[in-house]
Ligand binder design. Structure first.
Ligand code: GLC
Ligand code: CA
Length: 535
C-alpha cells in the first residue's frame, strides 16, 4: 500500500440520503456539492460515494444498469464532474463504489445475454436445471435459492444477491475487459479509486452443491478463490497501478489469512472491510441479533489489529444498523456513547471510515411497520419469515433490529422540517429524533459529538502515533477496552468504557490528551467514557 494513503480519513456518503438539492425527496449530487464545506470543516480527505450510476434501484444503486452514466435522480455527468473538481479544489478526493459481482437485470448486457446475442451470451452464469431441480443448492445472501429460471433463455441464472441482480461471469475475459474500460473511464475523470463491492465473490470455481451453512450455502466454491486474486492482479497491472488508485475491497466471510492474501502478497487491494466484528451481537446468522457481547467484540477487534498489517476500520455503513444503538447506549448516554465509539474508530490502527451521521451519533430509527421499510433485503427477509410462519411480532422484531434502513434514514442537518434534508417528503422516513440530534444544534452544545469527532480527526492528523503506531491490548476490567499505540518511543493509552458502570481504576499516567468528559484529572472511569493518555 502507498504510505501516503495511511493518513487518510474517509467519509462514506449514501447519496440518496445525504442532501436533496431540488426538492424531489431524494438526495443528489448537487446536494453533496452544497455540503462539501461540512466535510472540509470536519477534516475529511476522501469521500466514498455509494453508487450514483444509472440503476432501476432494486437495491438503491447496487444494481447498476449502466456503469458510465449517472442516475438522473442524482443529477447529470456534468454535476458529477463538478463534484470531482470542487472536491479536488478542497483537497478532497472521491472513491466510487464499483459493483463487479453482478449488474442489474436491466443492464443491456443481461438483456442481450437472455436473447443469446453475441458477445453477451456468456457474460452471466447460466446453467441448466439438474433434472427438475435447481442447478445446485447455493443460497442467496438476501435469502432463498441463488438461482432463478429465465423463460426466454430456458436456463437458470445465478444471483448471489437479489433476483434482479444476476452475477457476472468473470471466467469470461470479455467481462474482465469491460471492467478495465469502466474503471479507466472514471479514473480519467479524476476519481481517486474504488470501493469494490463484495469483490471476493467474483470468481466461482465450480458449481457443485455446497456444504450446509446457516448463513451461506456454497461459499467454498466462490469466496476468495484463486481466480479472484488473478483478476484483481490483472486490474492492478492494467489499470489501477497506472493511476496510483486507492482500492478498498468489501470482502465477505473473510478471515485474517484471506485478508493477508488479498492485501499483503501481490498487489491486489490496499485494504479490506471485514465483517467479523459486526457479528458480535448475533447468533450464527445476521438475522438473529442477540445481546451485544463486549468481550467478543474486543477480542475480534484485537484479532484483526494483530493479525494483519493495516485494517479498514468501520463501525457503520449503509448495510449495518447504527453502531450506537447496537454497541452502546443511544438514549441516556447518547453523547458519551457516540464519542466513545468514535474514539475507537479513530484510534485503532488502520484507515478510519466514518459513515454519514456518525459524526453526530445518529441512531436506529423507530419504524412503525413494513409500510415504512424500503430496504429490499428486509422486504425479502420479511416475506421469507412470513412463509415460514414466524409470528408477526417476531418478524417485525427481526426487521427493526436488522434493517439496513436504520442507517439509511435522511441525514439530520438541522431541526427544521425534514431535518433540513429536503423540502419535500423524503424517500425514506426521517428519524423522529432529528429535533434533538442534528448537525446544527449539535455543534452548539458543550457536549458536542461533532466537535469531539473533529478533535479526534485533528489528533490523528497532528500525531503519527495514531497512524504508524503499533497496537497492544491492555488487561482491563470487563466491558472496558484498553490498548496502547506506540511509535518512536511515544505512547498513547486508550481506555473505552462500553458500559454505564463506573470503574475506579489506578492509572499511572496523568497527561490527558482527549477525554469525552472534558477531564483534566482522572480518578475513575465514568459511564461510556473514552479517555486518551500520553506516556
Ligand atoms: C454490498 C453492498 C450492499 C449491497 C450488496 C450487493 O454488500 O454494500 O449494499 O446490497 O453488496 O451489491
Ligand atoms: Ca433530489
Amino acid at each position: 500500500m502507498n504510505e501516503d494513503f495511511k493518513s487518510l480519513v474517509v467519509y462514506q456518503i449514501y447519496p440518496r440520503s445525504y442532501c436533496d438539492s431540488n426538492g424531489d425527496g431524494i438526495g443528489d449530487i448537487n446536494g453533496i456539492r452544497s455540503k462539501l464545506h461540512h466535510l472540509v470543516d470536519l477534516g475529511i480527505d476522501v469521500i466514498w460515494l455509494s453508487p450514483v450510476y444509472a440503476s432501476p434501484n432494486d437495491d438503491n444503486g447496487y444494481d447498476i444498469s449502466d456503469y458510465v452514466s449517472i442516475n438522473p435522480e442524482y443529477g447529470t455527468m456534468e454535476d458529477m464532474e463538478l463534484l470531482i473538481k470542487e472536491a479536488a479544489s478542497l483537497n478532497i478526493r472521491i472513491i466510487m463504489d464499483l459493483v463487479m459481482n453482478h449488474t442489474s437485470n436491466q443492464h443491456e448486457w443481461f438483456k442481450k445475454s437472455i436473447e443469446g446475442i453475441e458477445p453477451y451470451t456468456d457474460y452471466y452464469i447460466w446453467k441448466d436445471g439438474n433434472g427438475s431441480k435447481l442447478p445446485n443448492n447455493w443460497t442467496s445472501f438476501f435469502s432463498g435459492p441463488a438461482w432463478e429460471f429465465n423463460e426466454t433463455r430456458g436456463q437458470y441464472f445465478l444471483h448471489l444477491f437479489s433476483k434482479k441482480m444476476p452475477d457476472l461471469n468473470f471466467a469470461n475475459q470479455l467481462v474482465v475487459d469491460e471492467f478495465k474500460a469502466i474503471t479507466k473511464f472514471w479514473l480519467d475523470k479524476g476519481i481517486f479509486g474504488f470501493r469494490c463491492d463484495v469483490v471476493n465473490l467474483i470468481s466461482k470455481t465450480s458449481f457443485n452443491n455446497g456444504k450446509f451453512d446457516i448463513s451461506c450455502v456454497g461459499k467454498e466454491h466462490f469466496v476468495t478463490q484463486t481466480g479472484c486474486h488473478l483478476i484483481l492482479q490483472e486490474l492492478q497491472r492494467d489499470v489501477f497501478e497506472h493511476y496510483n488508485a486507492f482500492i478498498v475491497g468489501e470482502t465477505v466471510l473473510t478471515t485474517t489469512s484471506m485478508a493477508k492474501d488479498l492485501c499483503e502478497k501481490e498487489k491486489e487491494l490496499d485494504m479490506i472491510f471485514s465483517f467479523e466484528h459486526m457479528e458480535t451481537d448475533q447468533v450464527n446468522n445476521k438475522w438473529f441479533k442477540t445481546k451485544f457481547k463486549s468481550e467478543k467484540f474486543f477480542n475480534t477487534l484485537t484479532k484483526w489489529q494483530e493479525g494483519i498489517n493495516w485494517n479498514a476500520n468501520y463501525l457503520e455503513n449503509h448495510d449495518q444498523p447504527r453502531a450506537i444503538s447496537r454497541f452502546a447506549n443511544d438514549n441516556t448516554y447518547h453523547y458519551y456513547s457516540a464519542t466513545m465509539l468514535n474514539t475507537l474508530l479513530f484510534t485503532l490502527r488502520g484507515t478510519p471510515y466514518l459513515y454519514q451521521g456518525e459524526e453526530i451519533g445518529m441512531t436506529n430509527c423507530a419504524f412503525k411497520d413494513m409500510s415504512e421499510i424500503r430496504d429490499n433485503e428486509s422486504i425479502d427477509i420479511y416475506a421469507l419469515a412470513t412463509k415460514l410462519k414466524f409470528p408477526k411480532q417476531m418478524r417485525w422484531k427481526l426487521i427493526t433490529k436488522t434493517s439496513r434502513d436504520n442507517a439509511r434514514t435522511p441525514m439530520q442537518w438541522d431541526n427544521s422540517h425534514n431535518a433540513g434534508f429536503s423540502e419535500n417528503i423524503p424517500w425514506l422516513k426521517v428519524n423522529p429524533n432529528y429535533e434533538d440530534i442534528n448537525v446544527e444544534d449539535d455543534k452548539l452544545k458543550r457536549n458536542s459529538v461533532y466537535e469531539y469527532t473533529k478533535s479526534l480527526i485533528n489528533l490523528r492528523k497532528t500525531n503519527n502515533i495514531l497512524i504508524d503506531g503499533t497496537f497492544t491490548r491492555l488487561k482491563t476490567v470487563p466491558h472496558v477496552f484498553g490498548y496502547t499505540r506506540t511509535y518512536n518511543g511515544a505512547t498513547f493509552i486508550i481506555l473505552l468504557n462500553f458500559s454505564a458502570s463506573t470503574y475506579k481504576l489506578k492509572i499511572a499516567y496523568s497527561d490527558i490528551v482527549l477525554s469525552n468528559y472534558h477531564k483534566k484529572t482522572f480518578t475513575k472511569l465514568d459511564a461510556y467514557e473514552a479517555i486518551i493518555f500520553r506516556k
